[in-house]
Design a protein around this ligand. Structure first.
Ligand SMILES: Cc1cc2nc3c(=O)[nH]c(=O)nc-3n(C[C@H](O)[C@H](O)[C@H](O)COP(=O)(O)OP(=O)(O)OC[C@H]3O[C@@H](n4cnc5c(N)ncnc54)[C@H](O)[C@@H]3O)c2cc1C
Length: 368
């Protein structure tokens, strides 16, 4: 039994679960409104599915979210608000194409694409900018939430510690909270069922990147783009920085290669790029990869196979529960572009505005 006298200083605060884009932006909006909060994050890093790796020569390579387009208005507005620059993804018109493992590599012309953009300095620039707007002790890392309990007009969030707040924003993908967190009292059965069957975008993808001292493909007049059904690489793109002073190729490999160990995957990737881009492709500085299905704070097995974006944006995620004390955020909850960074921004904007507009103003609850 927890006594009021034992409650930690979190009591009158909003507790945000998850320090991905959605959780961090919710926090930033609350901070601007003067509402106290804490973020509890399971990993030992912030950013969630956004993770730029800089490597030894500080070439930014994306292991998670990378591209966005003109249609992603919430994200673009946020970048403008924060003064973060972005640049057009370099894209060849003539690309390499491997139709099957047995067919020869072809050079094919692709139609003109709508532009896609990348964040200057790497996508984590957005995460670090939001982080810098917060105080260091606003975020507590290595806190994996196991249980959430509604108790009168407060709400408890339980890891190996107990945090008590006035409202909780669960800013993690629906399938994760529905399968990992015990809610007391039970949440509506239909909400849990929909959440358990909500696809987490890119949760089983494998991202790879190779950094180079020089862009050998440019010097040789080669395309940097590959689309392949010959495996393991399925897509590969130019991944130089905005100033084109750091050089890399980055893309995806088929998720079925997750069972191999790093050395085996790396050897297959190198063999494929060498066969397509020639011997200089082997002179890379570093190989980076992220197998997202091995990331326990992103991936969760599904009971039945889900189609991409299944149940993403379902309106049940935008209702509040436990008498307005419990809200859900995360990209997959968003009404627009769920699954994408834009969805995470949209979702965070909504959760923060609901709290700010809420009659339960935690600043007035300090006597409780
Ligand atoms: C490989 C890959 C490529 C992608 N490419 C693109 C792209 O090009 N463009 C695009 O728009 N989007 C892309 N996305 C999607 C984009 O990354 C997400 O939409 C966005 O980052 C989601 O943010 P979020 O805050 O909603 O969730 P997340 O980033 O998943 O954040 C959730 C946070 O909650 C934490 N957490 C989980 N469980 C718990 C728990 N029990 N207790 C406490 N904390 C917990 C996690 O560690 C994580 O930090 C990509 C994603 C991946 C993985």
């Amino acid at each position: 039994m927890i006594k009021k006298a034992d409650l930690p200083y979190f009591y009158s605060m909003i507790i945000i679960i998850g320090a991905g884009l959605s959780g961090l932006l919710t926090a930033y909006r609350l901070k601007k409104a003067g509402i106290p909060f804490k973020i509890l994050e399971a990993r030992d890093r912030i950013g969630g599915r956004i993770n730029t790796v800089y490597g030894t020569d500080i070439t930014p390579v994306e292991m998670g979210a990378t591209w966005f387009g003109n249609q992603h208005v919430h994200l673009r507005a946020l970048l403008e608000e924060l003064g973060i620059e972005y640049f057009k993804q370099y894209m060849d018109r003539i690309v390499y194409y491997q139709a099957s493992p047995t067919s020869p590599t072809e050079s094919v012309q692709i139609p003109i694409q709508a532009p896609s953009y990348r964040i200057s300095g790497g996508t984590s620039n957005l995460i670090h900018t939001l982080y810098q707007k917060l105080d260091e002790n606003d975020i507590i890392l290595n806190q994996s939430i196991k249980q959430i309990k509604s108790l009168g007009d407060s709400i408890q969030v339980i890891t190996d510690k107990v945090y008590v707040g006035s409202q909780v924003v669960v800013a993690i993908p629906p399938k994760l909270w529905a399968k990992r967190i015990l809610f007391e009292p039970n949440l509506p059965a239909d909400l849990i069922q929909i959440a358990q069957q909500t696809h987490t975008w890119m949760e089983d993808s494998i991202k790879i990147a190779l950094t180079y001292k020089d862009p050998f493909w440019e010097a040789e007049g080669r395309s940097a783009t590959l689309f392949s059904n010959a495996g393991p690489i399925t897509e590969l793109y130019d991944h130089c920085n905005s100033e084109r002073t750091k050089f890399a190729l980055c893309g995806f490999i088929n998720s079925s290669f997750h069972q191999l160990d790093v050395a085996e995957r790396r050897a297959l990737v190198i063999a494929q790029i060498k066969s397509v881009f020639g011997p200089k492709a082997e002179d890379f500085l570093e190989y980076q990869e992220c197998v997202w299905s091995m990331e326990e704070n992103t991936f969760e097995a599904s009971d039945i196979p889900h189609f991409p974006h299944q149940n993403n944006g379902n309106q049940v995620f935008r209702h509040s529960y436990f008498g307005d004390k419990l809200l859900f955020s995360s990209s997959e909850s968003a009404s627009e572009f769920p699954g994408y960074m834009d969805g995470a921004v949209c979702s965070a904007n909504l959760a923060a505005s609901q709290i700010i507009a809420s009659k339960i103003n935690p600043l007035e609850r300090t006597d409780r």
